[in-house]
Design a binder for this molecule. Structure first.
Ligand SMILES: *Cc1c(COP(=O)(O)O)cnc(C)c1O
Length: 480
């Protein structure tokens, strides 16, 4: 549905009404400064009570519909053979047009099972771009991740509508030389780490043809498929006349295996793997009771399974899946107009600030994206997530890997925030951009060896946070 306004300017419109609300806490500036110190300048260590708008992630925090919540009440609980499971299985198989379903407790659990079955030591897993958990499972087993992303994928400012596309020439060339050392090709919908960027159906058709030629399985990570479906319908000329379900069926039919995190796809929690290749199904099936739970729940609660089934059905409704991308588009375009560096075009998942341009003078080894996350929290109570050098690991000699891009991701969990809240975020980010010269870097107090970004402790390299607080007080006075 396209509702127009008289003045013609673009404003996203909520296509739902609010029936249940949760009160937010707006912590005072003093409390925010204190909370930031207590959390060691690490966004993951903040407590929810100290946060006004939580834009950390879209994972497991999307708003559910009335139909999902009511379905949860009829859930049928049983270790084996619950009615809920069979409802879910039927819905998932109809949704993806496949024959076999395996449940798992979340997206990375599917990746664990797939890696165990398909990854061979020293062999290649080819993808359009990696995701953190996917790569970790593959490298853990000695596999090598190879990425053939499009030439615009890492350009933060671009008008390429499909930055998530695979480079088909590179894929063909690589397979012509390394076919026997390749385990599978993986396409990630709504490519997460480059800013929630989609690929086109045309590109997937190309990937499929090459995989068929070389007889290599094509695996789809469908965690962010809802956004990708919407973008194909919106941006791909040849698909404008197709329904979301028709586009979905074309995508599914091109892929041998599809897996997803239901923390994103279906606005619930959980995950699953589908295929129509009996042999693949038989290889993966024994791993579900071993790692996840019995085959009729796979580590999920029956309430979540009911919500997932309804959530998948609702994903076929364009008015529902458009909401995330439309609000993100508004946020990205508003900031872009104000001259604030953001990743364009707007993708799914959230708005991404381009920190290399925002803070050009803060060196990568002083973690500019986390510094900007701290600064934004301090001046607004908004929590974002660092996607840059802090999220990388040191190599075996302790040398720090510098990230391709330094981003601050401001996720918009689906249907959670209103337009006024997005406007508030834009206003504070704009203020911060005017005062960007005050922002300095961070240094380690305690640096963990593994997954350091989750629980490492940092401190500012100078008194820049005090200066920022002073500047905010000068401009806005006291708010509280
Ligand atoms: C979130 C995500 C995963 C992992 O899913 P979890 O449910 O968090 O384990 C895998 N792939 C992509 C593209 C994701 O966005």
């Amino acid at each position: 549905m396209k509702i127009k306004t008289f003045k013609g300017s673009f404003t996203p419109l909520e296509l739902h009404k609010v029936r249940i609300v949760q009160k937010l806490n707006y912590p005072t500036l003093e409390r925010r400064a204190e909370a930031l110190r207590e959390a060691g300048n690490n966004m993951f260590l903040l407590k929810n009570d100290d946060i006004f708008l939580d834009m950390l992630t879209d994972s497991g925090v999307n708003a559910m519909s009335d139909n999902q919540v009511s379905a949860m009440l009829r859930a049928d609980d049983s270790y084996a053979g619950s009615a809920t499971y069979f409802r879910l299985e039927k819905t998932v198989l109809d949704f993806f047009n496949k024959d076999y379903f395996l449940p798992a407790h979340q997206g990375r659990a599917c990746e664990h099972i797939l890696a165990k079955v398909f990854v061979n030591k020293g062999h290649y897993s080819i993808m359009n771009y990696h995701f953190t958990t996917t790569k970790a499972h593959i490298t853990e087993l000695g596999g090598i991740v190879v990425q053939f992303y499009s030439k615009d994928a890492l350009k933060t400012k671009s008008n390429n509508p499909f930055k998530g596309n695979m480079d088909l020439e590179k894929l063909e060339d690589f397979l012509s030389k390394n076919r026997d050392l390749t385990d599978f090709v993986r396409m990630e919908a709504g490519t997460n780490l480059i800013g929630g960027q989609p690929w086109s159906l045309e590109n997937l058709v190309g990937v499929h043809k090459i995989c068929r030629n070389y007889n290599i399985p094509l695996i789809l990570d469908a965690s962010l498929l809802a956004d990708n479906l919407y973008f194909i319908k919106e941006r791909e000329e040849a698909c404008k006349h197709l329904s979301i379900k028709q586009i979905l069926t074309r995508i599914s039919d091109l892929c041998d295996i599809i897996y997803f995190s239901a923390r994103k796809l279906s606005f619930s929690r959980g995950g699953g793997i589908v295929t129509s290749v009996k042999e693949f199904h038989e290889f993966m099936k024994p791993l579900v009771p071993l790692y996840e739970g019995f085959l009729t729940y796979g580590g999920m609660s029956v309430r979540e399974m009911e919500a997932m089934a309804v959530g998948l059905e609702e994903t076929l409704d364009e008015d529902i899946i458009s909401q995330g991308p439309l609000f993100i588009k508004y946020m990205v375009e508003s900031l872009d107009k104000l001259g604030v560096p953001v990743v364009t075009p707007a993708g799914g998942l959230g708005c991404h600030l381009d920190v290399k341009k925002f803070l050009p003078d803060v060196d990568s080894h002083s973690y500019p994206a986390e510094a900007l996350a701290c600064a934004l929290y301090l001046i607004s109570g908004i929590r974002g997530m660092e996607r840059g050098t802090l999220s990388e690991q040191r190599d075996e000699n302790g040398v720090e890997e510098v990230s391709d891009v330094e981003l601050l991701r401001l996720a918009l969990p689906r249907r959670v925030f209103t337009l006024s809240q997005v406007k508030f975020a834009v206003d504070r980010i704009y203020w911060l951009y005017q005062h960007k010269n005050l922002i300095g870097g961070l240094k380690w107090v305690e640096e963990p060896k593994v997954l350091r970004f989750f629980y490492g402790i940092l401190e500012p390299s100078s008194n820049w946070q005090e200066l920022l607080i002073e500047a905010l007080r000068k401009d806005l006075g006291t708010e509280e």
